[in-house]
Ligand binder design. Structure first.
Ligand code: CTP
Length: 399
């Protein structure tokens, strides 16, 4: 919750600016007091009046709006956090240069509050060397960069540059303030994420709809809480989290090799990957051609990475996932026992807002004693926090 927190929401001139209305509403719903500052070009995309109605406070656009006080100083000093969402390539350059030719850029030079930016731009701009340079400069200065993501861009192209999901941005802000943030200092957290792909021939494969978002959220939160994080990821469209040791794999076999290599040193293991259960028994070296009749393919089971894991060197807390369509709790409890887990995260993927390729999930966490904790629908980042907290509580009870 953000009760009592004063957030300064800066909006710059991107087509994604309309999405900042939802961010504003969500921040207010979490109890924050939000001061909105619009740049001149942002005003072409979102009217100040709309933002004023949603925030219930005056919206600021002008460095010289109040002759009796310096707006940039008052706003800069009262903010607990500055969030600029969306931020354009142009504004990123201004920040990197330290320019101060408008209200938002001026207050950034005066504030001592943490600054988060959520970039939104076309792929060509995001990958331009000057933008890359400026973003890495800002990161070095401690600016938190949220996204961007890969997806459909305003230009019609698909690629990196899409404004991060609004709920993800708000969840970054609220988790920054979460007072009971535990410490994972000294823990080595191994996370698996995403689907696996089992090749049929050079162009086809068996896979599933896992986006990797849950696993990546776990890796990001564990990193933020001070753990050393190892992420073994199947193919996803997500950028690797900063300061996490990331290993890309494709097949279940490759994932097993990588997990077996790292698992002995891990103190907390969270297997969020949706591993293919079957692979073609034979992989065709050449593209399989149409033959004019039905085609049958023999499948064999892949290795169960979790069940067949090697022992850790110290006592580990091992967490599995069970994405089910029916008999959720029975199936999840069976997996917990069969795979010798400390916790299992069960989710019914038939529920709206749960499961693959959405930003939210609805889970129940079951422990080895049979205690079931249900959680309401929430972002995958918040769920990641609860999973890691439960894992840490077990870890602390062991030592
Ligand atoms: N898992 C694994 N290796 C596999 C299959 C699953 O490590 N080959 C892990 C998953 O990462 C997850 C847990 O085991 O943490 C449960 O995965 P799930 O696919 O739900 O279970 P399965 O045992 O494959 O059972 P089923 O698909 O029949 O429900």
């Amino acid at each position: 919750m953000l009760s009592g927190k004063r957030i300064l929401l800066g909006i710059t001139g991107s087509i994604s600016a309309y999405k900042s209305l939802q961010i504003l509403r969500d921040l207010c719903a979490e109890g924050a007091e939000v001061d909105v500052v619009l740049t001149e070009s942002a005003q072409r995309f979102v009217p100040a009046l709309t933002l004023q109605v949603f925030s219930g406070r005056p919206v600021h656009t002008d460095l010289f709006e109040n002759r009796n006080e310096m707006a940039h100083l008052t706003l800069a000093q009262s903010a607990d956090l500055v969030l600029i969402a969306p931020v354009t390539a142009h504004f990123i350059s201004k920040m990197a240069m330290g320019l101060s030719d408008d209200l938002l850029s001026s207050l950034l030079l005066s504030t001592s509050a943490p600054v988060m930016i959520a970039p939104a731009m076309d792929i060509g701009m995001w990958t331009h060397p000057s933008v890359e340079h400026n973003v890495s400069l800002l990161k070095k200065r401690g600016v938190h960069v949220i996204g961007p993501e890969i997806g459909l861009l305003a230009s019609g192209k698909v690629g990196m540059g899409r404004f991060a999901d609004e709920r993800k941005i708000v969840s970054h802000v609220s988790s920054y303030f979460s007072e009971d943030q535990p410490s994972l200092e000294g823990e080595v957290v191994l996370v698996t994420a995403g689907p696996t792909e089992e090749p049929i021939d050079p162009v086809r494969f068996i896979s599933n709809r896992s986006s990797g978002k849950m696993g990546y959220a776990l890796a990001e939160v564990a990193k933020k809480w001070g753990a050393q994080v190892i992420l073994v990821s199947g193919p996803t469209a997500l950028p690797f989290p900063d300061d996490v040791a990331c290993f890309s794999v494709r097949t279940a076999h490759e994932m097993k090799t990588e997990v077996d290599r790292h698992i002995p040193s891990a103190s907390i293991v969270v297997m969020a990957a949706a591993v293919s259960d079957y692979r073609p028994r034979v992989r065709s070296e050449k593209k399989i051609k149409k033959s004019g009749s039905n085609y049958q393919m023999a499948l064999e089971e892949t290795e169960d990475i979790l069940a067949g894991r090697p022992e850790g060197t110290g006592r580990q807390v091992v967490v599995g996932f069970a994405a089910e369509t029916d008999q959720l709790l029975e199936n999840a409890q069976k997996k917990l026992q069969d795979k010798r887990l400390d916790l299992i995260v069960a989710n019914d993927i038939m529920q709206e807002g749960a499961g693959f390729d959405v930003e939210t999930n609805i889970v129940q966490i079951i422990d080895a004693k049979g205690k079931i904790t249900p959680y309401p629908k929430m972002t995958k980042h918040r769920i990641a926090g609860y999973i890691l907290k439960e894992a840490l509580a077990i870890k602390s009870s062991l030592s």
